[in-house]
Design a protein around this ligand. Structure first.
Ligand SMILES: *Cc1c(COP(=O)(O)O)cnc(C)c1O
Length: 418
């Protein structure tokens, strides 16, 4: 164990401030990162890595993008936080809403967790109902109602998958499999009048990348309409990742509420929820749904978010990302590696360590992927490639990932798979 990690373990539970950073399912210990620039990070031991984790998604422009860094440093000179209104938060709200022309209001918070938590409360207030529906393998942050999985008995009955979540709270969540509209119909037929909202990542990217069919998302939209429930798209990852805004238009589906995070904070803490005025104005101080935050809309996060969205809006980032990611995928596919497939949507890449069919639901994922991914992760790491330390996590590419970076990564994958 490195000295630093041993020291970290003495003062921080497990040595990490978020459990996904632990090397729980891959060999070795967490790498401590000292600095990052573009597509590269450098460890505290001075080793350089090509970063394929990219802070789990926010850094679509790469590490320390000059424009983002400049915006944040300038802003910092003038005070870090006021706990009062400032003009840039209005600019950010307008910039976010440009990506969602159907929506009228957006409230920013400090994390994706808070965004989804607030959206759920809002949906319950708007409908006067208590049940939430989520999907097996969907991640919506770590608030109590979402830390649940499908129970073993009744498929949809949720049980907590964290200690400390009261049964009474888990009992207000129902869990379905992705891509199973029939199960959703059955659930709505039984409990539709108690369902406040269906919460779904329209492009589930927290249990591998489980790309959904258009008909499935459209079917959920119809069910929600039929039973008067709200449809919440959790776009904390997908928001501004594939296009400027959400991915509803790619599926021909308009949700009632959208939650955002990651990219809109440009690497600093940020989350948001948005929707029509009639719904969003239920939030305090206009309406009865309480939500607040000492550092909500804080000037630094807002500056980073604005600088990021500005580039995404004006530039050709999405086109470039798609071209490079597509080239990476085809280069890798030509190699026909055994036990490794690429599942990709834009700049989100899942290395699926299986030769089986590409899954669309968590229960279809090959049970052997962790075992195969562990050694691959270890070899790539020692070759200078930093991947998220789990077979179930996706890789993120950024504007800073060059064709050379990605060709090198293809070669490293070939070597590591041999
Ligand atoms: C990351 C994530 C969250 C939680 O966001 P935090 O900022 O980590 O609280 C919620 N939903 C989805 C889809 C996410 O990927």
């Amino acid at each position: 164990m490195s000295q630093l990690f041993a020291r970290a373990c003495r003062s921080i539970p497990g040595g990490v401030n978020s459990p996904v950073r632990a090397f729980a399912s891959v060999p070795g210990d967490p790498v401590f990162i000292d600095r990052g620039k573009g597509s590269k990070i450098v460890s505290s031991e001075g080793r350089e890595y090509l970063d394929l984790c990219m802070s789990w998604g926010p850094l679509i422009l790469g590490h320390a993008d000059p424009e983002v860094v400049q915006a944040v440093s300038r802003r910092a000179q003038d005070g870090l936080s006021f706990g009062a209104c400032h003009s840039q938060e209005v600019e950010l709200a307008e910039a976010i809403l440009e990506g969602f022309p159907w929506a009228e209001r957006v409230r920013t918070v400090s994390s994706g967790t808070e965004a989804v938590m607030t959206a759920a409360r809002l949906a319950r207030a708007a409908t006067g109902r208590s049940l939430l529906v989520k999907f097996n393998g969907g991640y919506h942050g770590h608030s109590d109602g979402f830390l649940v999985k499908a129970g073993s008995g009744l498929a949809t009955q949720a049980i907590a998958n964290s200690a400390g979540v009261p049964e009474a709270i888990a009992a207000c969540t129902r869990v379905l499999e992705f891509d199973d509209l029939q199960a959703a119909r059955v659930l709505f037929a039984a409990e539709g009048s108690d369902i406040a909202a269906v919460v779904i990542e329209p492009m589930p990217a927290n249990n591998g990348l489980l790309i959904q069919r258009r008909e499935f998302l459209q079917g959920l939209r119809s069910l929600c309409d039929e039973y008067g429930a709200l449809l919440i798209f959790d776009e904390v990852i997908s928001g501004f990742r594939l296009r400027f805004g959400g991915i509803g238009p790619l599926y021909g589906v308009r949700p009632d509420l959208v939650t955002l995070g990651k990219i809109i904070g440009g690497g600093l803490p940020m989350g948001a929820l948005l929707g029509a005025a009639a719904l969003m104005d239920l939030l305090a101080p206009v309406g009865p749904v309480y939500q607040a935050g000492t550092l909500s809309g804080n000037p630094l996060s807002v500056a980073a978010g604005l600088a990021t969205l500005k580039q995404l809006k004006e530039g050709s980032v999405y086109r470039i990302l798609e071209q490079r990611a597509e080239r990476f995928q085809s280069q890798l596919e030509v190699k026909k590696l055994l036990g490794l497939q690429v599942v990709r949507m834009g700049s989100i890449v899942w290395l699926y360590c299986s030769d089986g069919a590409i899954p669309t639901a968590a229960d279809q994922v090959d049970g052997g992927i962790s075992e195969r991914f562990g050694p691959l992760h270890q070899r790539l790491l020692s070759g200078g490639y930093y991947l998220p330390p789990s077979a179930f996590e996706v890789c993120f590419l950024s504007k800073a990932h060059s064709d050379e970076d990605l060709t090198g990564f293809v070669d490293a994958l070939v070597a590591a798979s041999a």
